[in-house]
Design a protein around this ligand. Structure first.
Ligand SMILES: [Zn+2]
Length: 79
């Protein structure tokens, strides 16, 4: 099998493209994961909309801004 210089160049360019695509995909996935992790560890107050961090096992947390009580998973139904 004989590989010419132009073939090699095409392979290198394709590898570069693949590398860029893979790198982009990984950063995209990492970003999404980080966002999800952040969302699961933070709570948005249903009253004033302030985002604050809370412990994972806490079912009922109190907003530090307006001291409203936010129930895990139930705040959407409350409106
Ligand atoms: Zn609040």
């Amino acid at each position: 099998m004989i590989i010419s210089f132009s073939d090699l160049l095409v392979v290198i360019v394709m590898l570069a493209f693949v590398w860029i695509a893979v790198d982009w995909a990984f950063s995209f996935i990492a970003e999404r994961r980080e966002e999800r992790r952040l969302r699961s560890s933070t709570r948005e107050c249903h009253l004033c909309g302030k985002r604050y961090s809370e412990e994972k096992r806490v079912k009922l947390s109190t907003c530090p801004k307006c001291s409203a009580r936010n129930v895990r998973g139930g705040h959407r139904k409350l409106g």
